[in-house]
Write a protein that binds this ligand. Structure first.
Ligand code: PMP
Length: 366
């Protein structure tokens, strides 16, 4: 057991990892059992690493029930590189791509895609400070679009899609960076999803892309024009070992996948995530002192954003909560106020501690 002092880490990412996973990493850091060297030292071409990579992929497939016509790819460059790779691989000359603009990250994805081809923003809640997800009738898709891009959870604004937009035959592409594997996902309704590992999957350095066969074929047709390292087909055909993958991040993510499976998989973690978020929103709604910034029907289970009655009180809240061992509650500067990121690995005891702190703070200063 670890004896070091750990705070409750509400950071938006890189974020808290499961303690048993950290303990296993620590235990095995000097030498992987039976290998005699560290995960930080082994060759990515070794049998050991190949089997870690294979097992991580197999566990992701089991966990999220990924159909066999999808590839699970391990990349680098973060979700931000996917803002470019998605259009570079999937947007063809003469086609448009539809983007749903639900937050600052969606907006960044749009800006990158515009450098590649024609983009139609088919719905936006920007004028409402991105405080909600658009309703179905507000989204008017372009017939024949190359794909529709959405952001499943808006990390900065604290909103999350509850049901997927209906895109018919048009491939649905989703940036799932901040709610990946936090609830069951209907992969068959998506053509491609991508996420940086550093929120819900593991440490920074790894990006997971899950992509359907036919999109990989599209990418393959561009082998002569797309840079090799930016082509999905290269990763698919080389089992993500065309070059050196982020060995440690894959290993650690693999351990997190095992932790999730042992907990009962995505249905089980979804129940825990709902319970944690419900406690926090209940406290926000209990009186008028705290104010949730997201519309109730769009509230994120991962990033809970709220304000206090004044800037002074917010400064005080931050200072005192940090001193009480509740770390990382400062909201993104675009929204202000507080943001409690409570990803899969965030312990329920931390939510309880925050609720107690909020109640106490309101009693003293409200
Ligand atoms: N999309 C979303 C929804 C995010 O939350 C983030 C990171 N906060 C990104 C994209 C960018 O991710 P990365 O830093 O991995 O490029």
């Amino acid at each position: 057991m670890t004896t070091v002092h750990r705070v409750f880490n509400f950071a938006a990412g890189p974020a808290v990892m499961p303690l048993p996973v950290l303990e296993q990493i620590q235990r095995d850091l000097l030498a992987l059992p039976g290998v005699g060297m560290s995960i930080l030292e082994i060759s990515h071409r070794s049998k050991t690493f190949e089997s870690i990579l294979e097992q991580t992929e197999a566990d992701i497939r089991t966990l999220a029930d990924i159909p066999s016509n999808y590839h699970v790819l391990f990349l680098q460059g973060g979700a931000s590189l996917q803002f470019s790779m998605v259009p570079m691989n999937l947007l063809e000359e003469g086609q448009a791509a539809d983007y749903i603009d639900t937050g600052s990250w969606a907006d960044k994805a749009i800006k990158e895609a515009r450098k590649v081809g024609q983009v139609n923003v088919v719905a936006s809640t920007k004028s409402e400070s991105y405080n909600r997800i658009p309703a179905a009738p507000e989204i008017s898709l372009t017939p024949g679009a190359a794909y529709v891009h959405m952001t499943s959870n808006n990390t900065i604004e604290g909103t999350q899609w509850k049901t997927l937009p209906a895109t018919g035959d048009v491939p649905l592409v989703s940036d799932t960076s901040s709610d990946m594997f936090s609830r069951p996902i209907d992969m068959a309704k998506h053509a491609l999803i991508y996420a940086g590992a550093q929120k819900n999957m593991g440490p920074a350095g790894l990006t997971v892309v899950i992509v359907r066969d036919d999109l990989v074929a599209k990418a393959k047709a561009r082998a002569f024009t797309l840079p090799t390292m930016l082509n999905y087909a290269v990763y698919a055909e080389n089992d993500s070992l065309y070059n050196t993958p982020p060995v440690f991040a894959v290993y650690a993510t693999g351990l997190v996948m095992k932790w999730l499976l042992a907990l009962g998989g995505l249905p089980a973690i979804a129940v825990s995530n709902e319970r944690k978020a419900a406690k926090l929103y209940a406290e926000i709604d209990r009186t008028g002192f705290y104010r949730g910034t997201a519309a109730k029907f769009s509230r994120s289970l991962m990033n809970v954003t709220f304000r206090l009655p004044s800037d002074e009180l917010e400064t005080m809240f931050l200072r005192e909560s940090t001193a009480a061992g509740l770390d990382g509650l400062k909201g993104h500067r675009a929204v202000g106020g507080m943001r409690a990121s409570i990803y899969n690995a965030f312990p329920e005891a931390g939510v309880d501690a925050l609720v107690d702190f909020m109640r106490d703070f309101e009693r003293k200063r409200g």
